[in-house]
Ligand binder design. Structure first.
Ligand SMILES: C[S@@+](CC[C@H](N)C(=O)[O-])C[C@H]1O[C@@H](n2cnc3c(N)ncnc32)[C@H](O)[C@@H]1O
Length: 292
């Protein structure tokens, strides 16, 4: 795995973080896996990686889109715990706390190594939970962690903006730490896909860096080598969600550094029962919208 040496992260912070990480243990684990064989269990052979993903280095890892490198999936969790201040568990828990009601079907987009996906399943054990990501190596790690925790989660290799999943099939769609790594036009396309995937009354929840704060901290872009961070910070998840058709959109700060944006897919406008046919009334009774 080629790692760039010229960004601030590699020059100053990485040596500090590395001193907290058991690199020998990670290397042993890395070499114990047949990555191509294991990732083939998840790989959709016809999937075409988009240019914005394949062409960029994320977090200084070179070689075809950062995450298309098995090493990135092994180092992601040990490094991320230091990259989500003040505490990774608290920040992810804030997403769980923002969920209304008891969703029965949950999709976590850009699930990576499944850190949020696993806590979603732990919070809603009865729910059918799916994690979707573009990297088959990240999916392998997610599955490895879920099996270790005894959690039954479905993993899918795919594009968050074009999942091919059936419409109106989820009560809750989440994405954590995804939007700062996609161009804003893709984040907007992902929100439109969320709208399509949700049942009426269903909710979307996006956890990511705080756009207002990052606007004043451009140096972060240089530290972590995040190619789309500046464009992400210049935009507004709130506005993108509104344009996608969501209602009751609200963004809340999480420890100043992060934000959670929640929106609801509106219920269809209620027709007066006097104008419904008997068949329409029966249909509505059989297919109640998922409401919170
Ligand atoms: C910073 S990681 C976040 C992972 C995880 N959600 C978390 O909270 O730790 C971003 C993930 O999004 C995935 N990703 C980026 N663009 C994507 C897209 N268009 N569709 C699906 N996954 C994508 C990457 O492969 C990577 O695993």
């Amino acid at each position: 795995m080629a790692v760039r040496q010229d960004n601030l992260w590699e020059l100053f912070l990485s040596p500090i973080v590395r001193s907290f990480i058991d690199e020998e243990k990670l290397a042993k684990f890395y070499h114990s896996i047949d990555w191509e064989k294991e990732s083939d269990r998840f790989r959709q052979p016809n999937l075409i990686y988009p240019h914005y993903y394949k062409s960029q280095n994320f977090h200084g890892i070179e070689g075809g889109g950062g995450y298309l490198n098995p090493g990135a999936s092994v180092t992601y969790d040990p490094i991320t715990q230091y990259a989500i201040p003040p505490n990774e568990t608290w920040v992810r828990q804030a997403l769980i706390d923002a969920i209304g009601g008891q969703p029965r079907t949950i999709l976590d987009l850009g699930c990576g190594t499944g850190s949020t996906t696993l806590i979603l399943k732990q919070a809603f054990p009865q729910a059918q939970v799916t994690g979707l990501d573009l990297s088959p190596y990240m999916l392998f790690m997610a599955d490895y962690k879920a099996k270790g925790a005894g959690l039954d989660i479905e993993w899918r290799h795919g594009l968050a903006e074009a999942t091919s999943l059936p419409q109106a099939s989820f009560d809750l769609v989440t994405a954590s730490l995804l939007f700062h790594e996609t161009p804003p036009s893709i984040s907007e396309a992902i929100l439109k896909e969320c709208f399509r995937l949700l049942v009426p009354g269903g909710q979307v929840i996006i956890l990511d860096g705080n756009q207002k704060t990052i606007r004043y901290a451009e140096w972060l872009t240089n530290i972590f080598e995040e190619p789309y961070l500046k464009d992400y910070a210049a935009g507004s998840v709130d506005a993108w969600m509104g344009s996608a058709g969501f209602e009751a959109v609200r963004t809340e700060d999480v420890w100043m550094v992060h934000q959670i944006t929640r929106g609801i897919k509106p219920l269809p406008v209620q027709k007066s029962h006097t104008t419904n046919t008997l068949e329409e009334d029966m249909n509505e009774l059989e297919n109640p919208a998922f409401a919170y």
